[in-house]
Write a protein that binds this ligand. Structure first.
Ligand code: DQA
Length: 143
């Protein structure tokens, strides 16, 4: 399963990275993370970045990625803990997705411990700050 394309999907409030609770989520903006991930990927794989604060957009993005056979790096933000619709999209489009989080959700509030998405994902990477995205990229490329 060599991916020619990997879609990096970010959900609600991740557009505020850099100014949003930097003690929890770090000082880098989403644009910083995108630039560094592109540098790491080099010419190994095509990367596409999409962000939305709207659950239905994420459903559509997951469907599109899955149906075209792209790998998915998915930080669904708070929808991780609430969205049956995104989980159904992963399964429905047979998307190979890795759930990522900047923070270690298991070391935080109880309501962040449950993920509707994880059972539909290939794996989960959480707690490594922006490096979570890099680890997910390497994991998808190594599949
Ligand atoms: C997050 C963790 C979620 O619980 C939270 O709602 C976010 C960000 C993370 O990357 O650590 O928005 O997905």
């Amino acid at each position: 399963m060599a991916f020619q394309k990997i879609v990096v999907l970010n959900g609600p409030n991740l557009n505020l990275l850099g100014r949003r609770e930097p003690g929890v989520y770090g000082a880098k903006t989403l644009a910083d993370i995108e630039a560094e991930l592109r540098a790491r990927a080099g010419d190994r794989v095509e990367l596409v970045f999409r962000q939305s604060n709207i659950e239905g957009d994420l459903v559509t993005f997951v469907q599109e990625a899955g149906l075209e056979g792209a790998g998915v790096i998915l930080n669904a933000g708070a929808y991780t803990h609430t969205s049956i619709a995104i989980a159904d999209a992963i399964r429905g489009a047979k998307a190979v997705a890795i759930e990522v989080h900047l923070s270690n959700v298991h070391a935080r509030e109880e309501f962040r411990h449950h993920s509707y998405l994880a059972p539909a994902c290939k794996g989960v990477i959480a707690g490594f700050g922006d490096q979570s995205y890099h680890l997910a990229l390497e994991a998808l490329l190594a599949l």
